[in-house]
Design a protein around this ligand. Structure first.
Ligand code: UDX
Length: 438
């Protein structure tokens, strides 16, 4: 019965395109709406405008069935029973807070097309209180509809898996009916035994930012330990392994290195701090300021190691940067620590050449003045120093003896603690890694 429901997805970026294709794969008729005609044209042809393993095939397959369509015409949502709002909430230009203009505009634009009994479901990450005020607004403009919030926890690189087999489903609702509708949509996922958590609207919003704050805290914690290890002559990789065996701590997200980036973690912790301040709870989240500072410091620490290895004046040196994306298996360079370090070294006068298996074009669009190489071997040719900044498998598979023949100086800094130190050292390399004493 639930398959008779028709869904709309407003905003077809990373989250929306994934959600639309995954919901279609569950058997629903789905229409994706976006204001960007180019993006809509690509998606309508079954082509993904970004890189995400597995989503390209799923999208093509679902478009072919005819169940999944895309349009720039917002009136197309009028057939749908449920409307998922998946637009972006980037950091605002003038502060730490999130820019809510796209979310507000999305809800306002669809309001006149909402049919009797339909449900608007926010998936975007928003400051707590947003859902309640949007719902209050909607009761005025479209009293025939209701609004719920259903935060999304998908990781880039695992978007399909995280959507179709999430580790939990969280729904913020104001009444039983809204919960029942969402249960119908997610029936096949619930049937897999996925935990279902019903919350009120503010708690659902908070779950998302709390989860991302915790993850950011875990990463900055281990990076703080890395700083102490460097000062004390310890090894953070051994420390992380040892504490990770305690199930209360857990071994995941304890990979020390140049820290977190991407479209979520950095902006979410900042928006959370800004919102807490508005709510009079500033002190409760003061620690996140330190989490952010530790994270940004990791980038500076790499640059310090480079200067230490080469010279204060970097103008005479070629630095090969392996990795531009904020993490492997993604082409996303938003707030990428790797790219930030490359930009800073370039600004300091070094001859920086960057390689990335998927991120060169997005990086070039942002920084057209940087130099890029089409292959890792091309990138390292004649380099005075190699920086390993995004842990793509391709880089772990490099043969240190072969690379040694291409560079000027055999110096490598592993900014992700992902390379085999002994292997590189045995091939004659001077090998540094964050948080590990030489
Ligand atoms: C994150 C959350 O994980 C996800 O639940 C949420 O929905 C969106 O934000 P994502 O941005 O895809 O997902 O990236 P994630 O895998 O969390 O990694 C974030 C950053 O932390 C990356 O830059 C990664 O390199 C870094 N990281 C991760 C570390 O530096 N060390 C670690 O141990 C783990």
């Amino acid at each position: 019965m639930s398959m008779n429901l028709t869904l709309s997805v407003i905003g077809c970026g990373y989250l929306g395109a994934t959600h639309a294709a995954c919901m279609s794969s569950l058997g629903f008729k789905v229409v994706g709406v976006d204001t960007d005609p180019e993006k809509v044209a690509m998606l309508s042809r079954g082509e993904l405008p970004f890189y995400e393993p597995g989503l390209d095939t799923l999208l093509a397959q679902e478009v072919k069935t005819g169940r999944l369509t895309f349009t720039t015409d917002f009136s197309a949502v009028s057939d749908a029973d449920i409307h998922f709002v998946c637009v972006g909430t980037p950091q605002s230009k003038d502060g730490l807070a999130a820019d809510l203009s796209y979310v507000k505009a999305a809800v306002q634009t669809i309001a006149p097309f909402l049919k009797e009994g339909s449900l608007v479901v926010g998936k975007s990450t928003v400051p707590v209180g947003t859902a309640q005020s949007l719902r209050a607004e909607l009761t005025k403009t479209a009293p025939q509809a209701d609004l719920a919030w259903n935060p999304e926890f998908l990781r880039e690189g695992f978007a399909v898996e995280d959507t179709l087999t999430p580790n939990r489903l969280v729904v913020g609702v104001a009444n039983d009916r809204a919960e029942e509708i969402l249960k119908q949509v997610y029936e096949p996922i619930i049937a897999l035994g996925t935990p279902w958590i019903r919350a009120d609207l503010p708690t659902a919003e908070l779950v998302k930012v709390a989860a991302n704050s915790f993850l950011a805290t875990k990463i900055s914690f281990i990076n703080a330990m890395a700083e102490v290890c460097e000062a004390a002559g310890g090894d953070v990789t051994v420390l992380a392994k040892a504490i990770g065996y305690d199930p209360r701590i857990g071994s995941r997200f304890l990979q020390a290195g140049i820290g977190f980036g991407g479209g979520c973690l950095p902006k979410d912790i900042r928006a959370f701090m800004a919102r807490a301040q508005e709510l009079g709870a500033k002190q409760a989240l003061e620690f996140l300021r330190e989490i952010d500072a530790i994270n940004l410091r990791a980038r500076q620490r790499v640059i310090d190691v480079v200067r230490n290895d080469l010279s204060e004046d970097l103008t005479q040196y070629k630095i090969a940067v392996l990795g531009a994306t904020f993490k492997p298996d993604s082409d996303d360079v938003r707030d990428s620590p790797a790219l930030d370090i490359a930009v800073q070294l370039h600004a300091a006068g070094a001859n920086v050449v960057i390689h990335d298996p998927k991120g060169i074009e997005p990086a070039r669009r942002r920084f057209p003045n940087l130099n890029f190489a089409d292959s890792a071997t091309e990138c390292v040719k004649g380099a005075d120093l190699i920086l390993h900044l995004t842990e793509w498998k391709e880089y772990r598979d490099l043969d240190p003896s072969l690379i040694a023949q291409l560079v000027k100086n055999k110096i490598i800094i592993d900014g992700r603690n992902a390379l085999d130190r002994e292997l590189w050292r045995s091939a004659g390399w001077k090998f540094h890694a964050l948080g590990r004493t030489d």
